[in-house]
Design a binder for this molecule. Structure first.
Ligand SMILES: O=P(O)(O)OC[C@H]1O[C@H](OP(=O)(O)OP(=O)(O)O)[C@H](O)[C@@H]1O
Ligand SMILES: Nc1ncnc2[nH]cnc12
Length: 198
């Protein structure tokens, strides 16, 4: 069951549009499918608006988000779905708050010089890369993702930004899986989520 995080009536509409698919991509995983949310322009817009309302006027100059789009792959027992979720929420939030968008990509997708961080997922392991020079010392950054599970992805993203001297103001996710205790990997960094799955 998805649990409402607060009383904003828009959150109820958002929650009803997230489909939960049991046993995908592996037995035991309750997959939170946001593609059904994207089919509903009002729910999708409400999601972006809630984040924009929270971060507008907060002097944030960087929105960092995973940015990936490539075919599925299966390697050494690790299933990775279509890599397409990371770029959905970050760019519209960045545009609306007047920040630049910095893509954090899976390996070998960025053409310039990169720094990278490796991390583990609920159902696999991966690596995030960021272009050298995309973020400058002292910039205030927001890290956005669709979902926090074990927290590995957000932790890797924060590490990348902090290694180049950015200040990560907050992490923002549409969905949290609290049972996986991902928050505890964020070293006390604030995390804002719209819905929890329990
Ligand atoms: O908190 P964590 O345990 O790190 O898991 C959360 C991450 O898992 C999913 O991405 P995934 O890498 O599965 O790929 P996709 O978004 O490209 O489909 C999701 O979009 C988050 O980025
Ligand atoms: N249960 C889950 N649903 C959707 N994306 C995920 N990423 C990691 N765990 C996930």
């Amino acid at each position: 069951m998805l649990v409402l995080k607060d009383e904003d009536p828009r959150i109820h509409g958002i929650k009803t549009k997230i489909r939960v698919v049991p046993n995908f991509p592996k037995p035991g995983i309750m997959f939170q499918d946001i593609t059904t949310l994207l089919l509903d322009p009002k729910a999708f817009k409400d999601t972006i608006d809630l984040f924009v309302e929270r971060y507008k006027g907060k002097n944030i100059s960087v929105v960092a988000d995973r940015f990936s789009f490539c075919p599925s792959k299966i390697d050494k027992g690790t299933f990775k779905g279509i890599e397409a979720r990371g770029f959905i929420f970050g760019p519209p939030i960045a545009l609306a708050i007047g920040a630049k968008f910095v893509p954090l990509r899976k390996p070998k997708k960025l053409p310039g010089d990169v720094i990278f961080e490796e991390y583990t997922l609920e159902y696999g392991k991966d690596r995030l890369e960021m272009h050298v020079g995309a973020v400058e010392l002292g910039e205030r950054a927001l890290v956005v993702d669709d979902l926090i599970a074990t927290g590995g992805t957000l932790c890797a993203a924060m590490n990348l930004l902090e290694r180049v001297g950015a200040e990560v103001v907050e992490c923002a996710c549409l969905i949290e899986l609290p049972d996986l205790q991902g928050r505890e990997r964020l070293n006390g960094k604030p995390l804002y989520v719209l819905v929890e799955y329990q």
